[in-house]
Ligand binder design. Sequence first.
Ligand code: ZN
Length: 341
Amino acid sequence: MHAIAKVRPEPGLEIIDVPEPEIRPGCVKLRVERASLCGTDLHIYNWDAWSSGRMKPPRIVGHEFCGTIVEVGERVTDRAVGDFVASESHIVDPLSPQYLAGDGHIDDTTEILGVDVDGGFAPYAVIPAMNARPVPTVVPKDVASMLDALGNAVHTVMDGPVEGRTILITGLGPIGLFAVAICKALGAKKVYATEISPYRMEMGERLGTDLILNPAKEDVDAALARLEPKGVDATLEMSGHPSSLNLALKHTRKGGRVSLLGVYADAQQHVDFNTIIFNGLQVHGIVGRKMWETWDQMTWLLAEKGLDVTPVVTHQFDYTEFESAIQAMKSGQAGKCVLSF
Ligand code: ZN
């Protein structure tokens, strides 16, 4: 079969011929139908410091995908041939104490699909059965391909109360855009956002953001002080931009929460810790998806609360055109790019 892979320790990705993966105990084999590109794939493509320090080529890439189960391994009792499922990219030891205590998303044993082990940018993939998450039938396949990423947004948004609350989302990349739709589905009173890209601002408006402030064009600090003098109930930091970090701390109300998902290029950041202390802020780091609470919440949002994130899918390609998908992502003029297999 074909697979999109990192073949050599250098920039780029290639389509290669590999044998179809064989079923293993505890695993399921999927016929992959759609896959979604993620910022992580771009890091791998560019072969930056993070990916070159972690990956051992050759490796089939891709961690966001969906498909139909065509084979079930020994000991698998809760998945069946014909089930339509989406990938959870974090593979953890199901017997690890952290996982069993509900902290699987930060488990020491975590291996990432398409990074540490072969991923799903191929017509077939074999993954642990518990990583194959059943998808509600109402979910379009393009959306099913990116539930791993949507789960990051669900985890961040539902890290605290949302209904009737004012929420500030800093950064409207795909995860920030998902967060807007989730906040709306959960009945947020008002959703503010910051973003500098006109393309993403337009998408944010379409998803129902009440007001988007552009730091490149206006004084966001002054605008927020005027709009929400006591601060918003919660800020979701999704940009990884240092200025957003301090904006979040300054404009979240006393006792409010600041949920941090964006990753900073420089891990050392200068922040006002006294604001955190004297304002009694709840500052939470968010990574991955809770196993499996976040997936249950996401299923409920999609199946029962009408969560619709289809506007975030802006590009569809055949897998043979993955280079075009990478270029679309690099241009910044893209939401999520989906590949068909
Ligand atoms: Zn991803």
